[in-house]
Design a protein around this ligand. Structure first.
Ligand code: N01
Length: 537
């Protein structure tokens, strides 16, 4: 405690108990920093605490989606190639116990505001529980999907049935048996919940605006014996994932253009990636699928034809896998599915294309579109997130000029290395805007960016420095660079959350950095040049 009543003082105040926050807590503590982590949830897990809707599971195969420390993977075994949310929660409990983390975490507490105190080179941080903190460093590990997006649909507040956003699903669980269920949204969350609801719902109505270009997951069970064998290669796998474009150990694209090979060879490459499941078909085929429109079209056509084979009704097939792509293949995140397309062959499932038949209003008893009424007992909003920036901008954070971070980014995000912003000294964000966030396997980036931060704080401490701030020219040139890299790809052509385009009024800007090794090279160069682009004092 400091002299001021009710103010606790630490070297570092972390927000968020997911992969990034727990990494920071453990390593900073190991290096002798005093640390406190605050999380609004009641438990560890970050996104896996909140996303507990039926069917929620990770789209990264074992062992991509876990920490690479041997003390953790040695004794941990998964039961499925793509683990479910509840198994991920068990993994987080295991990590917590093994590394003794919870003792330094304040659960059920939301950070509401923070101000930089230039006299003390400290952050003053407030929470909704009345606890105040002072910390030299304020590190936001809020993830890219911390702020649920609920669209402003007429009448939503009048609905008398149950209504939940996927990321705010009741912790005690909620099933579909015998209910008339409506799902708005067909992104990754929508696909997973639609698959589950189709099994038990009396009737399921799916309100689709843009068809998702979903890929076969190819889920399998995993046993201990298999994993014992797999673990012999884990050190090499974890080394490799640090050097991969998207932070995966096992995705190796063919170093050729889709257009330079024969139709037969192209088909063989696509078939191979398709049969492997996971993200292989997204980023593991030809090197120009995400760069060149014509190459991209070949990938789309293969996807469309494979997908249509599974849908009985041709009109439905056209809505779910249209003749022409709704956007270039892979420029919106392609979710993984297990039986998604077969769902629409069932008698208890209806698909409404809201571009043709828009939602007019939500009534007390269901959804009214321009062509019909759909009575519902349960309405699911699988409508996504104010992604990448929302977790940060929802906190009233004020830097040296009194301006909030929200205002600073109101007409577009600028930051340096996707980790720090000018005017906000001693504040870092991990998995944040203009970093690889949405295009990097979570734990890979938590470790790579995480190491960088831990080393940076040690560097400052060893030199008796108390303040670090990104310069305005450094962030101007980083923001320019991120957008130049994006403009060489097809990503800007889709209205995706990668582009901030899913939130009305949000500036359209590519919010992620493409290519993890290229990103880290620049971070490491900055560090080895005594944190060039930052002002230290
Ligand atoms: O959200 P989304 P998500 N009327 O933004 C629709 C990660 N994740 O929660 O495409 C009608 O992708 C919207 O339509 P459109 C993953 O990185 C991972 O599904 O904008 N529809 C879209 O269909 C993922 O990419 C996992 O036209 C409306 C949907 O809602 C990210 O989180 C699981 C609408 C939103 O899709 C976000 O995924 C889950 C409206 N007014 C999530 N507003 C796994 O790893 C929005 N939509 C498995």
């Amino acid at each position: 405690m400091s002299d001021e009543l009710n103010i606790e003082e630490f070297d570092v105040l972390l927000v968020g108990a997911g992969f990034n926050g727990l990494y920071q807590l453990y390593h900073l503590r190991q290096h002798g920093f005093s640390v406190r982590l605050i999380d609004a949830g009641a438990d560890v897990g970050g996104t896996w605490y909140w996303n507990c809707y039926p069917g929620a599971r990770v789209d990264s195969n074992v062992p991509n989606y876990e920490y690479s420390f041997e003390e953790l993977w040695r004794d941990w075994n998964w039961t499925e190639r793509f683990p479910s949310w509840d198994e991920l929660r068990r993994y987080f409990h295991y990590v917590d116990e093994k590394l003794n983390l919870s003792q330094d975490i304040e659960f059920r507490t939301r950070v509401t505001s923070a101000q930089f105190d230039p006299g003390l080179d400290q952050w003053h941080i407030q929470t909704d529980q009345g606890t105040d903190y002072r910390a030299r460093y304020f590190i936001l590990c809020t993830g890219f999907a911390a702020k649920a997006y609920v669209p402003d649909i007429e009448g939503l507040d009048q609905f008398k049935g149950e209504c939940h956003h996927t990321a705010l699903w009741p912790q005690e669980g909620l099933g579909f048996t015998g209910k008339r269920v409506g799902v708005i949204g067909t992104g990754a969350s929508g696909v997973q919940i639609i698959q589950e609801a189709s099994k038990d719902a009396l009737h399921l109505t799916v309100f689709q605006r843009t068809p998702i270009l979903a890929l076969p997951m190819r889920q399998t069970r995993l046993d201990e014996v298999t994993q014992r064998e797999m673990k012999k290669d884990y050190p090499e796998h974890f080394r490799k994932r640090r050097e991969d474009f998207g932070g995966f150990f096992d995705i190796t694209p063919v170093d050729k253009s889709a257009l330079e090979v024969s139709a037969k060879e192209r088909q063989a490459v696509y078939e191979n990636a398709w049969s492997m499941g996971g993200f292989h078909y997204w980023v593991g085929t030809f090197n120009d699928v995400l760069l060149n429109q014509e190459a991209n079209r070949t990938a789309y056509d293969f996807w469309r034809d494979k997908t249509r084979e599974r849908i009985d009704d041709s009109a439905l097939a056209e809505k779910l896998a249209p003749t022409d792509p709704p956007h270039p293949f892979g420029t919106k995140r392609p979710s993984l599915e297990q039986w998604y397309y077969e769902v629409f062959n069932q008698d208890n499932v209806t698909l409404i294309d809201v571009r043709e038949d828009p939602i007019q209003e939500i009534t007390a008893t269901g959804i009214r579109t321009s062509e019909g009424d759909y009575p519902l007992d349960l309405l699911v909003l699988a409508t996504g997130f104010d992604a990448v920036t929302g977790g940060i901008t929802q906190i009233d954070i004020r830097g040296t000029k009194g301006m909030t971070i929200k205002d600073k980014w109101a007409s577009g995000v600028k930051d340096y290395l996707g980790m720090a912003a000018s005017g906000f000294p001693n504040m870092f964000f991990l998995y944040g805007p203009l970093s690889p966030a949405g295009l990097c396997n979570g734990p890979t980036c938590a470790e790579l960016q995480g190491e960088w931060i831990v080393e940076c704080l040690q560097y400052l401490r060893n030199r008796g420095l108390t303040r670090i701030e990104a310069t305005a020219p450094a962030e101007d040139s980083w923001a320019r660079h991120v957008s130049e890299v994006a403009s060489m790809t097809l990503f800007p052509q889709a209205d995706s959350w990668y582009m901030g385009a899913n939130i009305p009024g949000k500036t359209h800007q590519f919010l992620n950095y493409i290519d993890v090794p290229m990103f880290m090279e620049q971070c490491n160069q900055c560090a080895s040049n005594d944190y060039e682009g930052f002002e230290l004092s």
